[in-house]
Each structure stands twice: as C-alpha cells, then as structure tokens.
Write a protein that binds this ligand. Structure first.
Ligand code: LUZ
Ligand code: MOS
Length: 763
C-alpha cells in the first residue's frame, strides 16, 4: 500500500500548522533572543518596542504564572532567560502584535543590557573546567587494561564529528487559544504532544488536564521536535493564557536555525587492539559530547552513543566513557540516530586507521569481527537473531564486492585526476527507547455504527508514513478494507501520557496497541456473531488465529455485524495499552536488556573524487537491509533512501560553524549546504534481506526510521579511500564532514604529514 498522505501532499491539501484557520483577534508572536552567548542579563530596554505599531504586549520571565522551567531530564532550562543568558539567541522576550510583520519589526527595537562572561564552545574545554551536564558514564566488558598485552597491533587516534541542522521543511511553531473553563488548546508542530502539555502546564502553573495539545502532522521532525517543540508551544500557550487571546508563533527560518539545537558534535579519543589475524581484542574510547547550554535530551543521547560504541562488531574487552559537556551553544538535541551515529563514526574511524596502518582493506577487519548469536553486547544484552553476518554475506555476493573493488582499482590505475574509493558500512541499531519506561503506548479505537473506524494513538505523523501503517494494522486485524479506517489527529485528550514519536519505535509501540484493541473488538464481534446471529461463526474457537484468518467477514457482513452488535448493546470501542515485554536496564551496573531487538544491514558505497577541484560524488550505494516482514515496502524503502541521503549530508557537506563568541556563522542555506537531488547517488540499490522479522516488531516488520542514516557513514570512508588512492602517504584527520575543502587540503598536504583537524566548534 502506498502512503495514504501522498495524494494530499501533492495536491497541497494536507493540513499543517500554518493551514489551521486562525480565529478573529489572533495575535502574532516573535521572539527576542540574546545577542550574546554568555553573560549576566542586567536589564531589558523595551520602551521603543512597546511603542512600535501593532504591538500589544511584550512578555518576559516575570510574566510567567507558574515555573519558568522547561527542562525534561534535568531542570536547567528556563522558557525565557532570567538573570543570565547561556547561548546566543536564547529566548528572552516574546513580542505580541497584531501582525507577524509588526511583531518581528518590534523585536529589532529591543535592547538587552548584558555583562559578558567567558564563552565556551569546545566540549574538551568544558570538561576540563568541570562543566558537565550529568556525571560521566562508562560501559565495560572484559578488561582492556590486561588485553593490550595480547594485542599484536594497537592503534590510537582521535575523531571529530560536527553537528547537523534538522532542516525540517516546516519550521517550529504553535497556535494556542484559551478554551472554556480556563484551559488552553495548543496546536503544536511537535513529535511529543505530551511533553508540550506537561511543560505548558508547568509554565502556566496549572494541571495538565487544562492543557490540550493537538497535532495533525508535521512537515518533518528528525528529532528536532522531540523536545524542542516544547519551547514554542509553551510560549504560545503562555501568551494565550495571559492575554486571553489566540496566539500564533511560527519561527522564521533564520530564527529556527539560530535558536534551536542540533545533532551533537563529538570529539573522541580511541585506542584499538587487534590480534595478528585481525580480530578486534580491545577497545577504549572516550567521548566528549558538545551538549550546548542546557541538558535537553543530551544525557539520553550520550547513553545511546555508549550503546552503539562498537557498532556491529564483537569486541571482548571494552571500556567506553562518555562526558556530556556544557558549552555556550544552543542546547543540542535528538537527531535521527540519537548519538548512535556519533559512536559508530569513532569505531569505524579506528578500524579505518588500523586498516591503513596495517595495509589491509578496512572491510577485512570489519568482516572478521561481525556480531554473532550468543555473544554479548557491552551493555549485557545477549546477541540474538543476529543478521550481521547474513546481511554482510548477502551484500558481498549480490554486489560482487571483490569484483567491484577490482573495477575501482583499475579505474584508479587508468585515471590521473579522478580516483574512486569503496567502503563497506555495516550497521546494527537497537530498537526501543533506552529509558525503559518510555516503551509504552495506547490506542483508542471506535467502530461507528456504519462500520467505519476511527483510531487515535500517540503516534505523530511527520512524513514517515506512520498513519498509513496504523491503518494497515487496523484493517488487517479487523479484516476490513483500509478505506473504512481513519486515523485521527494526535490529541492529548484522547490518548494521554504518550512517549514522543521517536527512537524508530513509533510504529511498533502504537501499532501493537492498535493491534491489541482491534483484536479485542474483533473477538467481541465474532462472539456476538456466533452467539446472537448464528452467522457462519457458530461454534468457532474465536481465539484460534487460523480460524480468525479464515473467518474474515465479507464487507456486507461486516456492516451487518457492526450494526446488529450496536443494537445488542455490544461495545464498539476499545482502548488498549502496550508495553514492550522483557526490557530492563540497571544503571548502577550499566547492564541489562534495553532493546526489543536490533536492526542490521550492510551498505557498499562508492565515491569518485576530482583531484583538481577537491569535489566528489558519492556515485553508488548498494545495500542489503533487514526489514523483517515489511507490510509497507514502498514507505520503508523511502525511509532507507531518505535516511541514507541525510547521513551522507551529515558526513560530507553539512558543516555547522560557530565562532569563538558562540555565534552560528553557517546560519542560512547559502552557507550551510544540505544534500539536494544531485547529491543522491545515481546508483541507489536497496535490497530486502529475507528474514522472519521479530515478534516485538509490528506485524514482524522491523523499525526503519533511524538505522539507514548510518549507512551514510560509508560515504565518509569511501571519499577518504579515494583521497588515499591519490595520496597513500597522507592520513587525513578523522574529521566529519569531509567537505571538498578538507579533501583539497589533504590532496595538497606536505608529504607524510597528517592533516590537522579543520572543524571544531571553537574555530
Ligand atoms: N529519544 C529518547 C530517542 O528519548 N530515547 C531514545 O532512546 C531515543 N532513541 C532514538 C531517538 N530518540
Ligand atoms: Mo528521534 S532522533 O527518534 O526524535
């Protein structure tokens, strides 16, 4: 089945936040952000802005009736700055005016009186000064300290990765208005309606029951609206509540780029030990995460970096330590992969460096160390139903890896100004929120008397096709045509206490709840059929799966069944609760069973570098991905393609640059380059690995949201290999993204001198 949203999108009929008709008297808001990255906020001069045309009111921290606090994991983030400012563009005041243009014009008339304080942008500097968001964490397996003695080869190095701007097409925003009885309704472009509800209630000093959050769909999220949509939802609600007027707040792109956090840059040290036959024996890694000025989701992101520190390899002796470092940048946040890609970039860099020093292809090391059933992850979970070897072998055979490498080598022999590089990128990604409690979801299913069905869940549609999946699950479980089923907007009054749509787990968690509710309804209807109608179902064991499948009612029977059930006063509504089974994690030991299952896959990536210009093309990506039993292959393929290209962008061209004052220099699309159509590999081959899927996955179709992003890491190493085909004597620093500038610097580096790191937050 295709994505049910597609027709509305191409016709321009799909409703986003900005398409909600505004009420008469709606005020428009614009945010004044701090001009400095760190300082004491001595005062604000609002006189000129207050007198500006159309301005109705300017709100500051003093106007907050409840708590000025929106921090989730750590309560360290005010909604509006008070006393201090901690990052450039941190929200300080909210201007309400009759039009959007008037609000934005008035913002420019505000002056802040700030005494500057020293600015930190480098996570290692922050760590050295004890500026940590949470205490460091260490995952351990075996004992590297003693294992080094057994290693034939030991390599050490550092790796740096930059951040990444989410660049959802729809910027952050919310529309809020007072409701009957002193409540407020918030239409928010958020992945986490409950987070918006909870923090809005906190800011207003009221109960969550007075705050209704409604989400139809987002024009993209990618993690950027998992936590950080809350700011704008709570601000719009605050103004609506205080002024008793409808208030709309939509960030202009420039504000969105400056004010919101991004993927975390990391700076990391690694030490890797190998045996003579290239087995990985020991790995020590230290991650310095650039968290920005407040915790946001950084501690959870840090944790996932540790979970994915070894990617898809078994290493018997591991010590991985991670510091979450407080800097004066906007708080960095969730972004597809959630710290996993950063961890995986370091182990892949370590393997690449080992390969280069030992004079073997990296894939020889990768292949010999793939995870196998019965081994254990450093966090204590046993490796089960592992498809690492299966996907590797499938890729090796389907794409004739050896023949492909020969082609690349002969191309390189025949070309003086162009060189090719090949890299293999296997992935392993754990599916579940690492915070066990978040792995729960609910679904509310109504069957109406005409046989049509309305479903509410906690899932937020953000282009990933989750609505189509929920409808499929319901239609299959009830045995009816999907066109009878509608998915309602995500609303906190219908489904409460939801986890954000995140962690690749939305379809699994909400889908399982939909499946449970629909099963219960179906069982109830079949019982009614057997007992009251003496239809074909008489005497059937309605709990038997096979009988259920065989007994799918015909369409007309369905309508009769539903209508007669209603007249017999059979309930046609069901509410189900799903919690992923068998999950636990003990943070004191850093051991447990945090994931419902893992997703595997293997990509082979080819890049061609132009030695004259330093430019490159990632010209072919062929991959084998572990979808399990996909029931929406078109949508799932789209997720792989999109994730891959997003990962390639992060690794190759997307370069966030902050200056030493903490100011974002790459603050527009003229200076921040993202992949476009021409960046998509000309050859993009997505093969489905034949596997039975996993019982914890919805209808045995494995999660597809985040894992494919990490295939993009292959682009980095393919380009690097091409550079080294020109210059085998240079070993470029492991510094992502590998921009054309860095490629050129490497190509023209003085002989035998490693090229210095070119991109750190402090440059
Ligand atoms: N969000 C979260 C996530 O709160 N916990 C997670 O483990 C996670 N993983 C991926 C993306 N978002
Ligand atoms: Mo996400 S990074 O699953 O919001």
């Amino acid at each position: 089945m295709h994505n049910l949203d597609a027709a509305g999108h191409v016709r321009g009929e799909s409703q986003y936040l900005d398409d909600i008709p505004v009420q008469r008297g709606t005020l428009h808001a614009a945010v004044f952000g701090s001009p400095l990255a760190h300082g004491v906020l001595d005062g604000l001069n609002l006189q000129a802005a207050r007198r500006a045309p159309g301005v109705v009111r300017i709100l500051t921290a003093e106007d907050i009736p409840g708590e000025n606090q929106i921090g989730g994991i750590v309560p360290d983030e005010p909604l509006l700055a008070e006393g201090h400012v901690h990052f450039q563009s941190q929200p300080v005041a909210l201007v309400l005016a009759e039009t959007e243009a008037q609000a934005r014009a008035a913002v420019r008339l505000i002056e802040a009186d700030i005494t500057p304080l020293p600015v930190i942008t480098d996570p290692r500097v922050a760590q050295a000064q004890g500026e940590l968001i949470v205490p460091p964490r260490t995952f351990r397996l075996g004992d590297p300290a003693t294992a080094w003695a057994d290693c034939a080869h030991i390599i050490e190095g550092t790796a740096e990765n930059g951040g990444q701007e989410h660049l959802y097409i729809e910027t952050q925003g919310a529309y809020a208005y007072p409701t009957d009885g002193g409540g407020v309704r918030v239409h928010s472009s958020t992945q986490g309606p409950t987070a918006v509800q909870r923090h809005t209630a906190r800011v207003l000093g009221t109960g969550m029951h007075k705050v209704e959050v409604d989400v139809v769909r987002l024009g993209g999220g990618f993690g950027g609206k998992e936590d950080q949509a809350t700011t704008w939802g709570a601000m719009a609600a605050l103004a609506a509540y205080v002024l008793k007027k409808p208030v709309k707040l939509v960030l202009p792109r420039h504000d969105d780029l400056r004010m919101t956090g991004k993927r975390h840059p990391y700076s990391s040290d690694f030490k890797l030990g190998l045996s003579a036959d290239l087995k990985l024996l020991a790995y020590e890694v230290t991650f310095y995460q650039n968290a920005g000025a407040a915790a946001d989701l950084s501690p959870a992101v840090l944790e996932r970096t540790l979970f994915h520190a070894c990617n898809t390899y078994f290493i018997p002796n591991v010590r991985a330590t991670a510091y979450s470092c407080r800097t004066n940048l906007p708080p960095n946040t969730a972004f597809r992969g959630f710290g996993g890609p950063q961890g995986m970039f370091v182990i892949e860099s370590a393997i690449a460096q080992a390969a280069e020093q030992l004079g073997v292809p990296a894939y020889e090391i990768q292949r010999r160390n793939l995870l196998e059933d019965g081994q254990v992850f450093p966090y204590g979970q046993r490796v089960e139903a592992c498809n690492a070897g299966l996907s590797w072998q499938a890729a090796e055979q389907k794409f004739d890896l050896a023949g492909w490498q020969d082609e690349v080598d002969s191309f390189n022999n025949q070309n003086a100004t162009k060189k090719r590089g090949l890299a293999v990128m296997p992935i392993c990604f754990g599916i579940s929120f690492t915070k066990t409690a978040m792995n729960q979801a609910r679904a509310l299913v109504h069957i109406y008397t005409d046989g049509s069905v309305g479903i509410s869940t906690g899932a937020v549609e953000m282009g990933q096709g989750v609505n189509t999946k929920m409808i499929q699950v319901a239609a299959r479980t009830l045995g009816i045509n999907p066109n009878r089923v509608r998915l309602e907007a995500t609303n906190t009054t219908r489904v409460a206490n939801t986890s954000p749509s995140a962690a690749s787990a939305t379809a699994d968690l909400n889908g399982k709840a939909v499946e449970m509710a629909c099963r219960e309804l179906r069982t109830r209807l079949l019982r009614h059929a057997a007992e009251d109608l003496q239809m074909n179902y008489e005497g059937l064991d309605i709990h038997d799966e096979q009988v259920l499948a065989a007994g799918t009612p015909a369409e007309t029977d369905w309508e009769k069944l539903v209508s007669t059930a209603y007249w017999k006063r059979v309930s046609l509504t069901e509410n189900a609760h799903y919690a992923t089974p068998d999950l636990w994690f003990d943070q004191t030991q850093e051991k447990g069973h945090p994931f419902a299952y893992h997703v595997y896959g293997t990509a082979v990536v080819q890049a061609t570098v132009d030695a004259v210009r330093g430019t490159y093309d990632v010209d072919a990506v062929r991959l084998v991905h572990d979808f399990g039993q996909s029931f929406t292959p078109g949508i799932d393929r789209g997720q792989i393609e999109g994730g891959l290209v997003q990962g390639l962008g992060w690794m190759t061209m997307e370069e966030l640059i902050y200056n030493a004052d903490g100011r974002l220099l790459s603050n527009a699309l003229s200076t921040y380059k993202v992949p476009d159509l021409y960046s998509v590999p000309v050859v993009l081959d997505v093969e489905f690995l034949e596997t039975p899927g996993h019982p914890n996955a919805i209808l045995r179709a494995k999660a597809v949201g985040e894992p494919p992003l990490m295939y993009g890491l292959g682009g980095y190493f393919a380009i690097r290999n091409a550079v080294r085909a020109f210059r085998p004597d240079v070993r470029p620093a492991f510094s992502a993204p590998i921009t054309p500038e860095k490629v050129l610097t490497s190509l023209y580096a003085p002989a035998k001198v490693p090229v210095a790191t070119a991109s750190r937050a402090s440059t």
